[in-house]
Design a protein around this ligand. Structure first.
Ligand code: GDP
Length: 297
């Protein structure tokens, strides 16, 4: 299960301070040492760990007794608040264009789950947001990607716009947006090309697609299982093309949690959704507070 190690460690740390009627500076120091180690072990970015520990320590030392909570409970509440804040605080909503179609660009490295997530997102938009989505197959380099998206579309009964693999992704995106306007699709989800590595060619192509019509959202799909790599990928994509949010996939696996806890702080971009499995209904909105509660038990 995801976050298992982190969760166990933080919970055992918390247990020690929970019942305390008085929390000394030494108690806080000891606790924060353990929290620090737990976060590092969960593969959280080092600077993020440092800042987090500093913030919690500052708030926790000399915490005044609130009537309803013991000092121990209050320190735990501070940890939970700061963990929530670290992951973005509020749940981040999709930004829809007031003048349809809303254009969502899906970007990411190969294997992260971009094509699968495009299908899942279309499904969520139709079911939960009552939208009429159009999927666009613009990943022309991975031969199976177009077919894969078409299969998902069929399975979901959501149309897939494709011009095959011999037309440039820019042209595909352009025509897809025109098609959406004519046929009154209100959200266009463009599955762009992924590569094994970040390279200039990929970034240039993504920038060119961007240039057709400024997308309302650019969602980077990253694999939570890759931990710090996911954070580095997010930072590179954000620096190169600018992303508006992250979708973290494979959170159903036993990821240590580093990516979920670091991405927001490092990139300042919110996690919008999390992938919780391979099926088309396994995409959930990301709730920082619920995630913090889940980790802290
Ligand atoms: P792409 O190359 O980025 O388009 O990646 P794909 O969409 O082809 O996905 C790669 C693999 O990851 C596929 O086997 C997907 O079923 C799987 N996958 C995607 N999202 C998730 C997820 O949230 N959980 C799990 N367990 N598998 C996922």
């Amino acid at each position: 299960m995801a976050f298992e190690g982190l969760s166990e460690r933080l919970q055992s740390t918390i247990q020690k301070i929970k019942g305390k009627g008085k929390v000394t500076e030494a108690d806080v120091k000891q606790m924060m040492r353990e929290v620090r180690l737990a976060l590092i072990e969960a593969d959280v970015n080092l600077k993020v760990v440092k800042d987090f520990v500093k913030k919690v320590s500052e708030r926790a030392v000399g915490v005044e007794v609130m009537k309803s909570l013991t000092p121990g409970q209050q320190v735990i509440k501070i940890v939970k608040d700061e963990l929530t804040e670290l992951m973005g605080g509020e749940q981040s909503q999709i930004k829809f264009n007031t003048k349809p179609p809303t254009v969502i660009m899906m970007v990411g490295l190969q294997g992260a789950g971009k094509t699968t997530t495009s299908g899942k997102l279309a499904n969520v938009l139709r079911k939960k947001y009552n939208r009429k989505p159009l999927l666009v197959a613009a990943d022309i380099y991975r031969p199976a990607a177009i077919k894969q998206l078409e299969t998902l579309g069929k399975q979901l009964s959501i149309p897939v716009f494709s011009l095959g693999a011999d037309v440039s992704p820019v042209k595909i995106a352009e025509e897809a947006i025109e098609h959406a306007k004519k046929e009154h699709y209100d959200v266009v989800i463009i599955d762009t090309a992924g590569r094994l590595h970040i390279d200039e060619e990929l970034m240039d192509e993504l920038k060119n697609i961007r240039a057709i019509k400024e997308p309302d959202e650019v969602f980077l799909v990253v694999d939570a299982m890759t931990g710090q790599d996911a954070v580095n990928v997010a930072q590179s994509f954000n620096d190169a093309i600018g992303i508006s949010g992250v979708i973290l996939t494979k959170l159903d696996g036993d990821t240590r949690g580093g990516a979920a806890l670091s991405i927001r702080a490092v990139t300042e971009k919110p996690i919008k959704f999390v992938g919780m499995g391979e099926k088309m209904d396994a995409l959930e909105p990301f709730h920082p507070e619920r995630m913090a509660s889940r980790i802290l038990g």
